[in-house]
Design a protein around this ligand. Structure first.
Ligand code: ATP
Length: 380
């Protein structure tokens, strides 16, 4: 999985107690009749963030975005933008712009007319309007196509027109609803990087809705993972990937192996878990305290595991099984190993050597091992 491509700056604003949040969502609930689409969400977003609301279909992420824009009103709770309570502020008076999934470009207007539309409505004088449109088109690298109409553009170019149109009004906060959904995989990847670069250049705070965990991982400063209207975890991409707090998050973000077991030792520097799934004790070096006797899951990412044909000479964090499936993906291979307990374990291994030299094959009896720091204890 790609890792966040952001440059590390000083103290991140969410770690700085003196930093004022730019957006404050306080106990926000949204009901449609009896149905609760967003359930008591509180979170802060800081200036300059590219913040992702991530979750499956129907989890309430778009509803939350629409409440930031002012298209929906919270049933309970409050939203502050730049310390101003938004309860009574209509959408057009908020320092916010929204880029819709469909882009909603006017088909009969050229690229530059589309980008300049909002400015014309605001009666921005001609020379300034032209200057700002050119600047925005320059930013998205579309200056040379400004006389084309939307149907003469590719999907990626249309997406950039929509972005230029959102940026040209210089909002303080840009809301993006699945901004890359219409693009094919390769273009989506390229555009992810472009969007991050543009966001860093303009310094506007972005809040993006996506159901694509890889997109959220690659692009955002922080991710709010949502499920059934709830905020289930908030953190940087690395925190969420490395330390998922629930089975839901562990399974939603990337691939994971989950072993159920019983805590048999709870020491300051480690916990030990007895697991029928692996047959060996699982040793985790960084877990917080979990009382002896608690039933837990241990999550281990497939890329943190190693395979060998020879016994590894360790007693903990080891599982024995038979290779059921091998998927060769070029840069890496995925092995599905069936343990004696019946549990299937997924191990990914980078293909450092030519695949023909790979010593492990179907039906081989193998050992899987992983280091003490690789597992994460999950209690819910
Ligand atoms: P998707 O990725 O499918 O767009 P989402 O997480 O963005 O999903 P929302 O659009 O926020 O989901 O919708 C959350 C829930 O609220 C859904 O079950 C949806 O059917 C419901 N919902 C949204 N808008 C309304 C509405 N105006 N009236 C009634 N129910 C609504």
């Amino acid at each position: 999985m790609s890792q966040p491509n952001r440059r590390q700056t000083k103290l991140e604003p969410w770690q700085d107690p003196n930093e004022e949040p730019y957006v404050r969502i306080e106990g926000v609930t949204k009901k449609f009749g009896d149905f609760t689409a967003v359930d008591d969400i509180s979170l802060n977003i800081y200036r300059g963030e590219l913040f992702a609301l991530l979750g499956g279909s129907g989890c309430g992420k778009t509803t939350l975005l629409r409440m930031l824009a002012g298209f929906e009103q919270p049933t309970e709770g409050r939203i502050y933008i730049d310390s101003v309570d938004m309860s009574e502020i209509p959408p057009y008076e908020r320092p916010v712009n929204m880029m819709f999934q469909s882009y909603a470009l006017f088909p009969h207007m050229t690229v530059e007319q589309n980008v300049g539309f909002g400015l014309r409505q605001d009666r921005v004088p001609g020379p300034e309007l032209r200057h700002r449109v050119d600047e925005a088109l320059e930013l998205v690298k579309l200056g040379h196509l400004k006389r084309r109409k939307p149907h003469q553009l590719s999907g990626g170019q249309r997406q950039r027109v929509a972005l230029a149109r959102s940026l040209v009004k210089r909002p303080k906060l840009l809301l993006l609803d699945e901004p890359l959904a219409a693009l094919d995989r390769k273009l989506r990847e390229e555009t992810q990087f472009e969007l991050v670069n543009i966001q860093e250049q303009v310094g506007i705070t972005f809040v993006m809705v996506t159901h694509d965990q890889e997109e959220a991982m690659t692009m955002s400063t922080r991710i709010a993972v949502m499920d059934a209207g709830w905020l289930v975890q908030l953190g940087t991409p690395a925190e969420i990937y490395e330390y998922p707090r629930s089975k839901f998050v562990a399974e939603f973000i990337g691939q994971v192996n989950l072993f159920e077991g019983l805590v048999v030792e709870d020491q300051a520097d480690h916990v030990l878990i007895q697991s029928e799934a692996t047959g060996s004790d699982l040793h985790i070096s960084h877990a917080g305290s979990v009382p002896v006797g608690t039933r837990v899951w241990v999550a281990v990412r497939p890329e943190k595991m190693a395979l060998s044909l020879e016994p590894p000479g360790v007693e903990q964090n080891v599982a024995r099984g038979t290779v059921d499936e091998i998927a060769y993906l070029g840069n890496l291979s995925i092995y599905l190993v069936r343990l004696e307990s019946g549990t299937i374990v997924r191990v990914t291994s980078p293909n450092l050597t030519r695949v023909t030299e790979m010593p492990i094959t179907w039906e081989d009896n193998v050992y899987i091992t992983w280091p003490n720091y690789a597992g994460v204890v999950i209690t819910q």
